[in-house]
Design a protein. Sequence first.
Length: 492
Amino acid sequence: MTVADLSEVSGVSDPRRLAEAVLLPGFAGTTAPDWVRRRLAEGLGGVILFGRNVVDDEQVAALTSALRSERDDVVVGIDEEGGDVTRLDVGRGSFVPGPLALGAAGDPELTASVAAALGERLAACGVTVNLAPCADLTLAAEDPGIGVRAFGSDPVAASPHVAAFVTGMQKYGVAACAKHFPGHGAATEDSHLSLPVLPRTAAELRDVELVPFAAAIEAGVRTVMSGHLVVREWGDEPATFNRTALVDVLRGELGFTGTVITDALEMGAISGAYGRHDGIGEASVRALLGGADALCLGGAPFEAETLDRTADAIVAAVASGRLSLERLADAAVRTASLGTAPAPATVQPVDYSLGLSAARAALRVTGTPRLTGPALVVDVQTEPGIAAGPMPWGLGAHLAELVPGTRTLSVSPDDVSTVLAEASSVDSVVVVTREAHRHPAVREFLTGLSTVDYIRVETGVPGPETGTGPRLDTFSGSYVSLRAAAEYLARS
């Protein structure tokens, strides 16, 4: 396709307009700043929404309507994976369980229904693309980035859920996005902070990590997100900049024809090499050269000056001949394809019934968790993952509602003595952990409670058993997963 052909589709051939058309920045606040609205009217590709932009569904719908009043094909993206990574429910916890819980439930039709409920809600809020599902697998026990965000570790078992999520999400016109290509689960570093090198050969990737991505593509996924991940056999550049990854493998071997969106370009994996602000322009050029289309700049709130420098770098690359106008125009057209707004719908009250059913189906019970009266719920605090952020929702409030007299104690892993003192005055103790196997201090904490008969509720990826007591695994820290665990305990 020539520049003229692409210009006819996109309505513009000016390099500056095309450069802005591929950018998706974030911003601060629950209303759009004037500079964002002005730039959208002038052709900025769109925006990415985060929890900082959300009050409730009605406010998000009003925000996206205001954005769309500037231009009706604005791309509005959001990370609404369900479970731990939620933006709409950042204050309360998600109304649906996360991917690992859905994988544990083992019913792809249920996964499709959950994704459809998410898609219907996002459509009513005016979102055009949801940066989900994770097609990554949970492969490394020490993986700090994926965990419960994946549908599991077995590519054959996880793939039907990935495909089902894509189908359900896109039912209401919201584009799904399979991420983070070629798969983050074997990484032992968090790309928010540094650049992981996958300990995988290209053949291993094809046999394992790429299988869920192939399923997503077969299901018609409209977007794929590149991961900031190095595969040595593909060269030293991360997949986001890597033509072997994005052009030869993703498009050539797997047959993907949709839009490639980058993970946020200000993340440590990229900014560590190129600089958090001025380097984003160079990173943007490299991503376009590597075959990416839509450039996500949304992890941190941006200002107009940063956007200007980024667009300037892209325009300069075209002027110098380093980046062809055809490649930039192609990326602009593919980005614009994500801006079709779903059919207008009225925001409805959030319905928790489907999510609760899915969360109950996911519960795994070990031993006989049984309360003998009002409980002390001990919430063991660990550093939150960057993708999810703080998760202050907790189990205690749910159990206190169902079992009057229950109280909650939030502790750090070195507060064993406090818990021992409090536990001596109650009949039942419930200890809530999150991936205890990844935190030596938490493992020591549990060992320190060896004299206490407690029920453990694990809300992350279950690791090797610690202790021999009764246990509930929820596979998610969502509102409904915690509620389901509390219901189970209250019935006991």
